[in-house]
Design a protein around this ligand. Structure first.
Ligand code: HEM
Length: 339
């Protein structure tokens, strides 16, 4: 997939790209293949006519009213009232579209008896214990949980890298060393520790989930002597941005410094980093996402240098409608092919 991307950029003689658009296609293509075994051919000329892309975009774009409905539906009792009036905070058209895509993919797989070792195969292995609806809902959750998150973080990583040729040079050097010493692509990606630090640092500066939600399962008195008790059943939101910018854990917190993640953070409590959550309900797709992002960035940075385009903003403005801490407006970046 990463190679297809690079060939696409070379064939187009691309001198710039819009980050959200490009990385949505990359992630869509790889997750469709790894989860459903579908080839989406996102880099075809007429990719804009793809119903998959259109519905995914609609799924993640929420109008002000839809955001309000979603927030209201979290209040006790409101969902029931909305249900009575036939109002849904979710996206029924898009949900049904994905339901059908996944159901067809599963039925096709059963008929063809093809084994691809992808997510659909895993779900079918567990078929005796799962009903059809659970299989489809699980595949859909994975697909949606991984799409906007991964493409957005790739965009943030490139935004930070564009102004840091020194960091791009270090990545290039690491890629060269790893390529010489690796047996296969997986081994190669695992050797890219500095590039991994780049991704984690981009996630620290631009958290995909600005806060992490939990429901308290037993009364808990805060150990700070304030006497505040969180009652069983109450919801809490843990402030990821606050932790990620806390000087106690991250000195000079506003600077982009991937070296923080090179062995130096061992003394931090694990909950000081919440890009993928923490604990038993943390992100199950983290390893897949990090591997995919490493593969994409390694392929692009081997062939191209990144720099700001004329209209690249100095600072990205948060998009209040984004459910994954995304930025507002286009993010154009310049590409220069290396010799
Ligand atoms: C850069 C990419 C990603 C980021 C930043 C991210 C972030 C997160 C975060 C913050 C959570 C909530 C964790 C918590 O509450 O402790 C989460 C949960 C989850 N993520 Fe991801 N995620 C990413 C990619 C993916 C991918 C690629 C998949 C699937 C292939 C995925 C599947 C899930 C699922 C299923 C959950 C719910 C886990 C549960 O409730 O037990 N994520 N993710």
């Amino acid at each position: 997939m990463s190679q297809t991307l690079v060939e696409h950029l070379k064939a187009k003689k691309a001198s710039s790209f819009e980050a959200k658009d490009l990385f949505s296609k990359v992630v869509l293509e790889s997750s469709s293949s790894c989860i459903f075994g579908l080839e989406t051919e996102m880099f075809r000329e007429d990719e804009n006519s793809s119903p998959l892309k259109k519905h995914l975009k609609n799924m993640s774009d929420r109008s002000g009213l839809e955001m309000l409905l979603l927030i209201l539906s979290l209040l006790p009792g409101v969902k029931t009232i909305m249900g009575k009036f036939g109002i849904s905070a979710l996206k029924p058209t898009e949900t049904m579209f994905f339901y059908n895509v996944i159901k067809n993919a599963i039925e096709e797989r059963k008929k063809s008896k093809l084994v691809r070792n992808d997510f659909i195969d895993l779900l079918l292995d567990a078929e005796e214990k799962l009903d059809n609806m659970t299989i489809v809902a699980t595949a859909m959750t994975f697909f949606l949980a991984g799409f906007d998150t991964t493409s957005t973080l790739l965009g943030y990583a490139c935004f930070e890298l564009a102004r840091r040729t020194d960091i791009q040079d270090r990545i290039k050097e690491e890629i060269g060393d790893a390529a010489e010493k690796s047996d296969d692509h997986y081994d190669f990606l695992n050797k890219l520790k500095f590039l991994e630090g780049v991704i984690l640092e981009a996630g620290r500066l631009h958290p995909i989930a600005p806060s992490i939600g939990r429901v308290c399962i037993e009364d808990y008195e805060l150990p700070d002597g304030s006497g505040i008790v969180i009652k069983k059943g109450e919801s809490i939101a843990v402030n990821a941005i606050g932790l990620h910018y806390d000087e106690e854990f991250y000195p000079d917190p506003k600077s982009f410094n991937p070296d923080r993640f090179m062995d130096k953070l061992r003394d931090n409590p694990t909950c000081a980093y919440l890009e993928f959550g923490q604990g038993p309900r943390s992100c199950v797709g983290m390893r897949f996402a990090v591997l995919l992002m490493k593969s994409v960035l390694a392929a692009v940075l081997s062939e191209f240098a990144l720099s700001p385009a004329e209209d690249t903003p100095m600072k990205l403005e948060a998009d209040a409608r984004s459910t994954v801490g995304g930025w507002k407006g286009p993010l154009n970046l310049r590409l220069t092919q290396r010799n």
